[in-house]
Design a binder for this molecule. Structure first.
Ligand code: ACO
Length: 427
């Protein structure tokens, strides 16, 4: 039986249905609010606004829970692979062995990138940020790959193309930025192994694939694979709601992820830790700056719109950090600084009162550094990981029978109607 809430607006009572999620989350369906009352809601930053109903990812920010299609991220990180998790997110169920094999074959078949795309890469200025390049090149894929007539087939092939080519394209941008020969994907390597090989293999120093690094990368990408209606995912849905193609929607998601308050934070964390290490700042001063309301600086890798406790992904990432560094006997001073910074912040009233804890970006950069990934590629690594989530969310939104183009309202606070003043009469 549908529940209702009553709202009294200008003395008149209205009823609105309550939507209850499978985990007990409750939302007021205000679809008819404006039509019935003439009012709209105002919610800058959308902190209280549900933009859709979704079956993909559940997170509980108070308890620190994250599940993809009902499966805890901790279980996936321990038992699954990134490829299998991508299948789960996009198709809603874990694949059978036969489905996984078929998926692997398709990913292999679509892993090459049109040769002409290399010319594009070569013409970006050397100092271009890889996120800007990736966003442009993903959008350009639509020009290189023709549209199929069958919509279902078109979507399936575009999805596989994107998942497979994004690794090749990311590695290609790194190679070209260094002036190195591009390395092609290999059919005998895993999804993650292939990426590492395309990044680091050179004609004079063959890359030796270490299964521990491959597994660490797989876990890192699983942890990033989806996070419900965050900034970049909302960008993908909003852009897609205009019925634009998947490439253009994902390109918008990549652009949104680039921001330092979102996926770009992983690069900023390492820059902050390096600054402390090089003596430009110290932990105490960084904490004081983060607390100072007259200073725009924020403690990067700390805080989250939804998590009001330790980000479950950060917990796994921190453990992985120690494991990877131990395995390669790397003594990274940035890890010690990160732990010192965390210790100082989580015991400081400012951070405690505001429930600010490390998020996924706080430790991910140290793992990526240990793998040899350059700092300016960190957010690209995040984008590759987030791709299955963006695709799943895009598919869910275009398949929604209640789909409407995303078009928020506003409260206008500007000049009221005023006369056009001819140029000669202006002072
Ligand atoms: N350092 C210092 N103060 C902070 C931080 C921080 N990292 N994060 C939030 N605060 C403070 C705010 O100044 C505000 O204080 P006030 O109540 O005294 O004004 C309070 O905590 C609440 O912050 P909001 O900005 O309202 O929180 P919001 O949910 O809008 O922002 C965000 C979340 C953007 C993640 C924020 O915590 C932040 O900027 N963190 C640093 C950047 C970062 O790590 N981003 C990655 C997030 S995870 C991801 O996108 C993958």
């Amino acid at each position: 039986m549908t529940e209702y809430v009553k709202m009294i607006i200008e003395g008149k009572e209205y009823e609105f249905p309550v939507v209850i999620g499978t985990e007990g989350e409750r939302g007021i369906d205000i679809t008819t609010l404006r039509q019935k009352t003439g009012y709209i809601t105002l919610d800058p930053g959308f902190g209280n606004t549900g933009s859709c109903e979704s079956k993909i990812t559940f997170m509980d920010g108070e308890k620190g829970i994250l599940r993809y299609r009902g499966i805890p991220v901790e279980d996936l990180a321990e038992h699954s692979t990134f490829k299998e998790t991508a299948f789960l997110l996009i198709n809603g169920v874990l694949p059978t062995r036969a489905q996984l094999n078929r998926f692997s074959v398709l990913l292999n078949d679509h892993s090459l990138v049109h040769e002409d795309m290399q010319i594009f890469y070569q013409n970006f200025p050397r100092a271009s940020h890889p996120m800007g390049i990736l966003s442009s090149m993903v959008n350009a894929l639509r020009s290189f790959y023709p549209v199929l007539q069958m919509i279902e087939e078109e979507i399936n092939i575009t999805v596989t193309r994107l998942l497979s080519k994004i690794r090749t394209m990311a590695a290609m941008s790194y190679k070209i930025s260094r002036g190195h020969k591009v390395v092609y994907p290999r059919p005998d390597l895993s999804y993650c192994g292939n990426f590492l090989n395309m990044m680091f293999d050179t004609p004079v120093r063959p890359y030796e694939i270490d299964e521990d690094v491959v597994n660490a990368l797989s876990v890192l990408w699983i942890l990033h694979a989806d996070h419900e209606q965050n900034c970049s995912t909302s960008a993908v849905r909003v852009v897609g709601s205009g019925r634009v193609n998947l490439y253009a929607s994902i390109s918008a998601g990549i652009a949104a992820l680039w921001g330092p308050l979102h996926g770009g934070a992983n690069q900023k964390v390492i820059e902050m830790l390096k600054m402390i290490h090089q003596g430009g700042e110290n932990v105490k001063k960084i904490i004081e700056r983060a607390k100072d309301k007259n200073d725009p600086f924020r403690l990067m890798g700390f805080g989250h719109r939804v998590y009001k406790t330790y980000d479950p992904r950060a917990k796994i990432m921190k453990k992985m950090c120690h494991r990877v560094l131990n395995k390669f006997k790397i003594e990274d001073p940035l890890l010690d600084i990160a732990m010192e910074l965390e210790e100082a912040a989580v015991n400081d009233d400012y951070f405690l009162e505001r429930n600010l804890y490390p998020n996924v970006d706080f430790y991910s950069g140290i793992v990526l550094r240990a793998m040899g990934i350059p700092t300016n590629m960190f957010t690209v690594m995040f984008a590759i990981g987030r791709l299955p989530g963006w695709i799943a969310q895009w598919k869910e939104s275009v398949d929604d029978p209640d789909w409407r183009i995303a078009r928020p309202r506003q409260i206008y606070q500007g000049q009221q109607v005023s006369r056009y003043i001819p140029l000669d009469e202006r002072g």
